[in-house]
Structure formats: structure tokens, C-alpha cells
Design a protein around this ligand. Structure first.
Ligand code: NDP
Length: 475
């Protein structure tokens, strides 16, 4: 009798816990509702200083041969005033505005008007109309995946111009680098402001909007989840992929062309940076459909963080190694170059295989093989805002059994390789690995906080099964 009573009590408690978990996860797992003081302080700091950081890095290269300390020393010792540095900085020019306008318009045309044809002849490539993940409001968006073809068309035209038509110099990007920075800032801020306004006045999907009540937080982290113009122009997919990531490889090519123009040769370090970052960019477009399942698209709302970040931060700071090598051409010895190549390729391999394992596992609902074996996983459930319960699975084998974010570890190895290609004379090219370590560690914590609210006790079982985040045995 007592045993029966205990069992009934346990059942009731379990039911109550489940209700609580469900309540806690409803509407909570998309994004933090309450803004703590640390988040607010970080956001205010970034809104004020991120544009200055970008300017400082680019200006240091243009005026101080990429030394980060020299401008500060000049200012502190009174050798130079802020106004001297500012007066030497190139202003916005109509030429740069024209180039930038044509560039963005061209990418919009490629994105909107040419349905994907690559998936028709490239075996294994997933393109065309694809579905995103279920949003917290239970919506499933459709996307036209045609980034690979946009990248190919853009690069074919670039090389055709460089080697045949000569309409413009391949150094055009380097030659207008600072005037283009002002254009990118104008677009980044305009897009973020329009996203904020739309969120208040005519959101694409009102149920997927989140208002924290804090203006700065909402501006930074976004209100709308998937802002769109019409049926197909998706802000997140467009601004993250193009113009920013398509431009990444073109920017590097322009830097290589500048090295050739200045020194009569392209150094092996510049080739390494072009090749390794080229693989990363190409991988992004080859796997654009997979990108629909990443945090940027599945969980982040569209605010200044993505809008301005994609237009300014990404093209200007992710390409610092190439820019640095224009000012400091580094010719690496064969062993050093080979070591960097191996590190970069190994990092890329881990990054790709880890991402692929999760993607395959989720796409096939666990009916696949990971490292030749049936995958191991933890069953979990979560609830959307309308109270619908969904079931999911968390993979615990393959690289996902080594650490909970081993894809980030691979990414960090690749990032370190780009930086090492620049030698050890200056800290500036190492900004990327420092930034990526902060970004991905923070992303780990942010994602785990969200997953914990989403999956509740199931997430605890998962973290017990896979105890480390990035490095097995360490963190
Ligand atoms: P992930 O691709 O790791 O996605 C995390 C999500 O995957 C979680 O929110 C969860 O979503 C799901 N998930 C977590 N653990 C498991 C598991 N064990 N099994 C199945 N699903 C799981 O993260 P990101 O989107 O951040 O990163 C994608 C890639 O992009 C990474 O390789 C990263 O390195 C790279 N990246 C690069 C950046 C750059 O600037 N260069 C910036 C950011 C990322 P769910 O709610 O569906 O369960």
C-alpha cells in the first residue's frame, strides 16, 4: 500500500516537474527575456566601441604599418593629436559609394533572381528551396539556397576581369578600403535600424518577435526572428552570406594583387591565407543548407549584432591577415608553411566532420552511421510557445562524444593557422584567433544556457554523458 502511495506521489511529482519544465521552456528558449546588467553593459560597450575598434585596426595599417601600439604612443606622448590621425583618414568618396552600391545590388540580383542551378549538376550539393528549423512560434521558413552559384558567378567575373577584360584593377578593394568602410557602416546601421523599426511596426511574424523592454538590448540582439521582404528576401541569410562572405575571398584576392603590384610577387604566406580562408568560405556556400540549422539562423534574432556585424565587422576584421601581409610581406620557410597548412587542414577537417555528423544525425533522425556505427544519443523534448510538444535527439557519439562543441575546436585550430601565417612581428593579425576564442567560448555558454532552458532535465543527462565543452579533459 505504502509502496503504491510512494509510486503515485513520484508520478505526480514527475508530472508536476514536467509541467514546470514545459512552462519554463515555453517562449524562454529563443532568447533571454530579462536583461541582466552584465549583458546590458557589454551591449553598450559594443555599440559604442566596436565601430571604433574596426576603425583603429584599419587606420593602424594605413597610417602605422599595422602597429597597434604606435598610434596610442603617438597620442599619449602628444606627438600627434586625434585630429591629425582623423585628417589623414580618407573620407567617403563617390567612387567608393558607386562601387559599394553596385556590389550590393549585384548580390541582391544574384540572390533574388537566379534560382539555384548548381544542385542540378553537382552531386552531393544541396541547393534550391530548403526548409529552416521550427521557430519558437512553430513556423518553418523556406529559403532559396543559391549562395554557391552566387559565389561562383562573382568569382568567375572577377577572374575574367583580372585576366581578360581589365575594366578595373584587381587592387580596387584595397585601393578604396577606408572609403568602402564608411559605405559598409552606412549599410550596416541602416539595415539594423530598419530591422528594429519593422519589428515594432510591421513584423514578418509577430509571434516570433521578442521585446525585452530594453531599447539597447533589442537594438543589438534584434526583435524580429526572421525579417523578410516579400516571400523570399530573408535578411539573415542574405546579409550573413552575401555581401559579407562572398566578399571575403574577393578581398583576399585584392590584397594578393596589391602584394604583386607592390613587390612583384605574392608571398607563400599570402597564398596560404587565401587558400585556407578560401576553403572555409567555399565550405560555407557548399553547406549553405546546413547553415539554416546553425545558431545564427535557428536562434539569433536579427539586430545590429548580425546586421552591422555582417556588413562591417566580418569583411573588415576577418580579412586582417591579408591586409597585414600587404604591409608586411612574409615569406615562410617550407617547414613553417607546411606546419601551418597541416594545422589549417586538420582544423578544417575536424570542423567539417563534426558539423556533418550532427547534420546527418538530425536529418536522418538518427538512422545513419557515425564512424561506422549506429549513433548513440539522448532522447529529449521541448515545447513551443503555443504549447506544442516536440521531440528531438542529442548525439553523444563521434566527435560529439568527445566534447559538446568540438566543431568550435576545429574552427579555432583553423583560425590559429591563418594568424600563424603572418609570422610573429605584430599582434594585429592575431586579433582573429583572440576574437574567435572569445566569440566561440561565449557562444558555447550562450547556446548551453538556451539548450538548458529548452531541454531541461534532458540537457542535464546530456552534459553528464558528454562532460566537456571544447577540449576533452580540460574545458
Ligand atoms: P552548432 O552547429 O554546434 O549548433 C548548436 C545547436 O546544435 C544547439 O543549439 C542545438 O540546437 C544543437 N545541438 C547541440 N548539441 C547537439 C548534439 N549533441 N546533437 C545534436 N544537436 C545538438 O553551433 P553554431 O551554429 O554556433 O556553429 C556552427 C558552425 O559555425 C560551427 O562549426 C562554428 O565553429 C561556426 N561558426 C563560425 C563563426 C565565424 O564567425 N567564423 C561564428 C559562429 C559559428 P537544437 O536546439 O536544434 O537542439
Amino acid at each position: 500500500m505504502a509502496a503504491h502511495h510512494d509510486k503515485k506521489l513520484a508520478e505526480e511529482r514527475k508530472h508536476q516537474n514536467m509541467k514546470n519544465d514545459t512552462k519554463a521552456s515555453q517562449g524562454q528558449w529563443g532568447r533571454a527575456w530579462e536583461v541582466d546588467w552584465f549583458s546590458l553593459a557589454s551591449i553598450l560597450f559594443l555599440l559604442m566601441f566596436a565601430p571604433l575598434i574596426v576603425y583603429y585596426f584599419i587606420m593602424s595599417c594605413a597610417q602605422y604599418q599595422c602597429s597597434l601600439t604606435a598610434p596610442l604612443l603617438d597620442l599619449l606622448t602628444g606627438n600627434q593629436h586625434l585630429s591629425d590621425i582623423w585628417n589623414r583618414t580618407p573620407t567617403l568618396t563617390s567612387r567608393a559609394a558607386g562601387i559599394y552600391f553596385l556590389w550590393v545590388t549585384f548580390q541582391v540580383i544574384l540572390y533574388m533572381s537566379i534560382p539555384d542551378f548548381c544542385h542540378k549538376f553537382l552531386p552531393g550539393y544541396v541547393g534550391g528551396v530548403q526548409e529552416g528549423a521550427i521557430t519558437p512560434a512553430g513556423v518553418v521558413n523556406k529559403y532559396e539556397i543559391n549562395g554557391l552559384q552566387a559565389w561562383i558567378i562573382t568569382h568567375v567575373l572577377w577572374f575574367a576581369n583580372a585576366f581578360c577584360f581589365h575594366f578595373f584593377s584587381p587592387t580596387i578593394i584595397f585601393d578604396n578600403w577606408i572609403p568602402l568602410l564608411w559605405c559598409a557602416n552606412i549599410l550596416g546601421n541602416a539595415v539594423s535600424m530598419s530591422a528594429m523599426t519593422r519589428g515594432y511596426i510591421f513584423p514578418t511574424n509577430a509571434k516570433d518577435c521578442k521585446f525585452t523592454g530594453n531599447f539597447f538590448y533589442d537594438y543589438m540582439m534584434g526583435i524580429e526572428f526572421n525579417p523578410r521582404i516579400g516571400k523570399w528576401f530573408d535578411f539573415k541569410l542574405f546579409f550573413n552570406g552575401r555581401p559579407g562572405i562572398v566578399a571575403w575571398t574577393l578581398i583576399n584576392l585584392s590584397f594578393a594583387a596589391k602584394q604583386q603590384e607592390l613587390y612583384g610577387e605574392v608571398t607563400n604566406s599570402m597564398i596560404l591565407v587565401n587558400v585556407l580562408q578560401g576553403i572555409y568560405v567555399l565550405d560555407f556556400f557548399w553547406n549553405e543548407a546546413w547553415y539554416l540549422k546553425t545558431i545564427d539562423i535557428c536562434h539569433d534574432h536579427f539586430g545590429w549584432y548580425l546586421g552591422w556585424g555582417d556588413c562591417v565587422w566580418l569583411p573588415y576584421l576577418y580579412t586582417l591577415q591579408g591586409l597585414y601581409l600587404v604591409y608586411h610581406p612574409v615569406q615562410l620557410c617550407t617547414t613553417h608553411a607546411a606546419g601551418i597548412l597541416i594545422l589549417g587542414l586538420l582544423g578544417y577537417y575536424i570542423f567539417r566532420v563534426t558539423n556533418h555528423q550532427k547534420d546527418l544525425f538530425r536529418r536522418t533522425n538518427g538512422n545513419c552511421r557515425i564512424w561506422g556505427k549506429k549513433p548513440e544519443y539522448i532522447e529529449c523534448s521541448y515545447t513551443s510557445v503555443d504549447g506544442t510538444k516536440y521531440y528531438s535527439k542529442l548525439l553523444t557519439s563521434g566527435f560529439w562524444g568527445w566534447a559538446r562543441h568540438f566543431n568550435y575546436t576545429g574552427d579555432l585550430m583553423g583560425s590559429l593557422a591563418y594568424c600563424l601565417a603572418c609570422g610573429f612581428e605584430h599582434i594585429l593579425p592575431y586579433f582573429y584567433i583572440i576574437y574567435m576564442t572569445i566569440l566561440l567560448t561565449h557562444r558555447c555558454l550562450r547556446d548551453e544556457h538556451r539548450c538548458c532552458s529548452k531541454y531541461g532535465k534532458d540537457w542535464e543527462r546530456y552534459t553528464a554523458a558528454v562532460p566537456y565543452r571544447l577540449l576533452p579533459g580540460v574545458f
